[in-house]
Design a protein around this ligand. Structure first.
Ligand SMILES: [Zn+2]
Length: 460
């Protein structure tokens, strides 16, 4: 069964197809801006995209999928962070890139085949802007910046279904504060392809396109340039969070199609927002969780992955700590079930209903439901381990991953645990007992195993 996925452009379910002759499926997914830790709302998108990647591998074959995800390592936010911390831009973005990679690995997300950076593709972006200038889809502003002329692209607004009238009057941007560059633009809806250097940019600048000032690329052009370089002019699937649909993806289409003269992406897919306790995440509400925040509460990254897949990706998902507890116990059930499967034999294939649900517009809650229905109906002895593992691969559940992260305990708790372990191995049981009590006071319990121990937070 082919994978059918909702297409945001045509607003219908469509099968995913590899359109190029080589049969390679070309998949572009907008990546993070590396200036701070990604929060769990960001990770919803990346985990959902990881399931897409896994399904594509199962459908087309591992070597017939090419997955590109960029890193935005130069923009207003990264520059501001570097300036505030008095550090070079590259150092700041390296720190948060490393952190992003570590979090993705903990969530068992497969790395993309290519992970291009905006700063590593300045030439490609400049080249593209020069084509757009030559074709008069772009113009140089008085300050040396370059803007895309939205009125030159008739199809503008098709993805986000904006009315032409709204665009003409610039009211698509209504509600947004008047931007500082309003005087530089011919029209309110035009957007920056190249931003002329300003003093607050510090030493962040590159030579610009023809006639333009030195400066840096706008955010939108990086995805157009990097997908062109690494996937070609026409790609099979472009994805991102719904917050990127307008203006980012709309602008990507305009830039790419005006430059290349062919359809940019054959299929567009957007995953919805994550709410926390029924509210939009925000710093001021204090409900903006990172993976580390959840690890510090004693949850495993795999439980977060499970929680993020528990709701349909095209619907808003309400994240709660109760949901995370439920995810933890669901994973425990899966682990125990997997351990009980026979090494060979077993004729019940639980991956079938799981894959069917996923292939039907990425129905992740349906897939989880089907999985639990299957394991509730069949004794482990009946079930094929190989096929069970295939279902785990599709969902990206690493059942070997630690149940609760040892690293989550604060350093002083770790130190107590080390002391207690030493006392226990030295058979000083009185000291070991006293230390166990100290750990409990700190809110932690220590589980002893043959070859070591693990720490678990006590339930409050
Ligand atoms: Zn993008």
């Amino acid at each position: 069964m082919p994978i059918r996925l909702y297409d945001s452009l045509n607003r219908e379910l469509k099968p995913l197809e590899a359109h190029q002759k080589d049969g390679v499926f070309r998949f572009y997914n907008c990546g993070p801006t590396v200036y701070a830790p990604a929060h769990i709302g960001n990770f919803r998108t990346f985990v959902v995209n990881d399931v897409i990647r896994r399904l594509l591998e199962l459908e087309f074959g591992k070597d017939k999928v090419r997955h590109v995800r960029n890193l935005t390592d130069v923009d207003d936010k990264t520059i501001r962070r570097a300036r505030d911390e008095g550090r070079p831009l590259a150092e700041v973005t390296k720190q948060w890139t490393d952190k992003f990679h570590a979090d993705c690995a903990a969530l068992n997300c497969l790395p993309p085949h290519v992970e291009p950076t905006a700063t590593g593709h300045i030439k490609e972006q400049v080249d593209m802007i020069e084509v757009l200038l030559r074709k008069r889809h772009a113009y140089r502003a008085p300050d040396g910046s370059v803007y895309f002329r939205v009125s030159s692209f008739q199809e503008y607004g098709e993805l986000s279904h904006l009315q032409e009238r709204e665009l003409k009057t610039g009211s698509a941007l209504a509600g947004k504060p008047q931007t500082a560059d309003a005087d530089e633009k011919e029209d309110g809806s035009d957007f920056a392809l190249w931003k002329a250097w300003k003093p607050e940019d510090g030493d962040v600048k590159w030579p610009g396109p023809d006639d333009a000032a030195a400066g840096r690329p706008g955010w939108h052009i990086e995805c157009s340039a990097m997908s062109k370089k690494h996937l070609g002019d026409n790609i099979d699937l472009h994805t991102g969070g719904v917050d990127l649909l307008f203006p980012h993806h709309e602008n990507e289409i305009a830039q790419s199609e005006c430059c290349n003269g062919v359809t940019f992406a054959n299929h567009w897919y957007h995953s919805e927002h994550l709410l926390v306790d029924g509210k939009k995440m925000s710093k001021s509400l204090g409900n903006l969780y990172t993976l580390d925040d959840l690890k510090a509460k004693g949850f495993s990254p795999m439980a977060l992955r499970y929680s993020l897949l528990a709701g349909h990706p095209r619907k808003q998902l309400n994240f709660t700590l109760d949901g995370l507890h439920a995810a933890e116990s669901a994973l425990k059930t899966l682990r125990a079930y997997r351990a009980a499967l026979p090494a060979q034999g077993g004729t019940v294939f639980v991956d079938q209903p799981v894959l069917e649900a996923l292939q039907d517009d990425l129905n992740t809650p349906g897939a989880l439901g089907a999985l639990f229905t299957a394991i509730n109906h069949h004794k482990p002895a009946e079930v094929s381990a190989e096929h069970f593992d295939r279902a785990m691969f599709a969902l990206g559940f690493d059942l070997q991953a630690a149940e609760s992260p040892k690293a989550a305990a604060p350093a002083e708790v770790e130190a107590l645990a080390e002391k207690r372990w030493a006392a226990k191995t030295a058979k000083d049981f009185a000291a070991a007992d006293a230390l166990r009590k100290e750990l409990a006071t700190a809110g932690w319990s220590m589980l002893d195993r043959k070859d070591g121990y693990s720490l678990e937070p006590l339930k409050k």
